[in-house]
Write a protein that binds this ligand. Structure first.
Ligand SMILES: [Zn+2]
Length: 153
């Protein structure tokens, strides 16, 4: 009988790496989100381990101080577990966002549309306009679209 479990999902960094080959600016944006998420996950894991260890040291010896310590640490453990569940939701949301970006990047590639090399997909002209302080002029190579169609497609 085949295992009813779905196959394991690819790590987020793997999806991000694949996206980086097709759409560098999108990948950079997601990389910032991923790094921030990983940092918060590491902090939350450390905090949870600390609070759980404190809670495990409380001995039910009938004293008032044991009751107070239990209430204090149990509440801290709950808060850390709640934060951990929220981060799992954030991770799932980021995964969906990455899967979506990767699909559309691959779809564009299959249609022969590639990232504009001149502006790296931003659609903006990086050269300052002569005599002008205005920013955000359209990239001349892609006319501000950030993408160009491959020749012959
Ligand atoms: Zn361009």
């Amino acid at each position: 009988m085949p295992c009813p479990c779905p196959p394991p999902l690819p790590p987020l960094r793997e999806l991000l790496q694949a996206l980086g080959h097709l759409a560098p600016p999108e990948a950079e944006h997601h990389m910032e989100t991923l790094e921030s998420l990983e940092e918060r996950q590491a902090n939350t894991r450390a905090r949870l381990a600390h609070e759980e260890a404190s809670l495990a040291r409380v001995v039910p010896d009938g004293t008032r101080s044991a009751s107070e310590a239990w209430c204090l640490y149990a509440s801290a453990v709950s808060a850390a577990r709640r934060a951990s569940r929220q981060l799992a939701v954030d991770e799932a949301v980021l995964r969906e966002s990455l899967e979506d970006a990767l699909f559309w990047a691959r779809q564009r590639q299959a249609q022969g549309v590639v990232h504009c090399a001149a502006c790296r997909g931003t659609g903006e002209d990086s050269r300052p306009a002569p005599g002008s302080a205005l920013e955000g002029a359209a990239c001349p190579a892609c006319e501000g679209r950030g993408r160009v169609r491959l020749h012959g497609r």
